[in-house]
Design a binder for this molecule. Sequence first.
Ligand code: CA
Ligand code: CA
Ligand code: CA
Ligand code: CA
Length: 310
Amino acid sequence: MNTKFTIILTLLSAVLFSCKKESAVEKDNGGDKPVANQSPYLSKIYEFKQAPGQFTNDLVKTDILIGSAGNGLISLGGYGGFIVFGFDHSVTNSAGADLGIYGNPLIGVDMEFSEPGIVSVMQDVNKNGIPDDVWYELAGSEYNASTTLKNYKITYYKPAKLTDDIRWADNQGKEGFILKNQFHTQDYFPSWATTNEISFTGTLLKNTLNPGDIITNKPFAFGYSDTGSSEYITLQESLGRGYNTFDIDWAVDNTGKKVSLSSVDFVKVYTAQNNNGNPFSPDNDNERSRYLGEISTEFGGAVDLKLLKK
Ligand SMILES: [Ca+2]
Ligand SMILES: [Ca+2]
Ligand SMILES: [Ca+2]
Ligand SMILES: [Ca+2]
């Protein structure tokens, strides 16, 4: 194994799941105070279902996501893994972007590593305080791309042995594996599962993994979390901590028709690519096949942007 490459991969592995303490955005600098006793940060997690992955069942500390943002991360696991959260108020649809969501994309030139998450929103139409109403996807830059698959469904199967890769099959007739790696040896099949197979559905974005001296997963233009878009880079450079922004105006129903929402009560983020991080797939025996682990969106909290504005 090439030493330089090993060092880079070790660094990359650390960075992919580092918990950054510094944040300029959330600090109370006098100009970014919440108004009317409303917290700008998410206040409640309704559901958190990791898909299989290298960080699944590991380092799962959701408390750090409540009441602050950008101070810690959870990994949603492979395709479909998700979190559902809300605020202590309805998030109104103001002009422009409404929500900011934190992740940990790498943005170094030719080291880009994004792990896009799709964001959906829901209004508490029946006013029962729980997310049992209708989800509307926020259509990002890939929503209408011919490479984007709607109504995708994947099923993961619990392995016989802890050391086995996690097999999946999808509704496109394909199957494959979430690959185990040497950096993370815990059970990759989520402990929340009460059955030996679990399924997720949603919209699937195309794979963007690219082999090279450094394996990259370049960002999409806009509308996805954990993505080093040009907007993210600008925010990172100006605030010291980037995030991705989302406009409630992007909401579409399950036929792709735009819906007009004056506010939302629940937000869902899920991993939107199905990719085991192996650019040599289906060859799983290449020495670099298991370096990165699966594409799995990291989530570091969320803000109601209008409460952060000066
Ligand atoms: Ca808006
Ligand atoms: Ca409801
Ligand atoms: Ca990840
Ligand atoms: Ca990430």
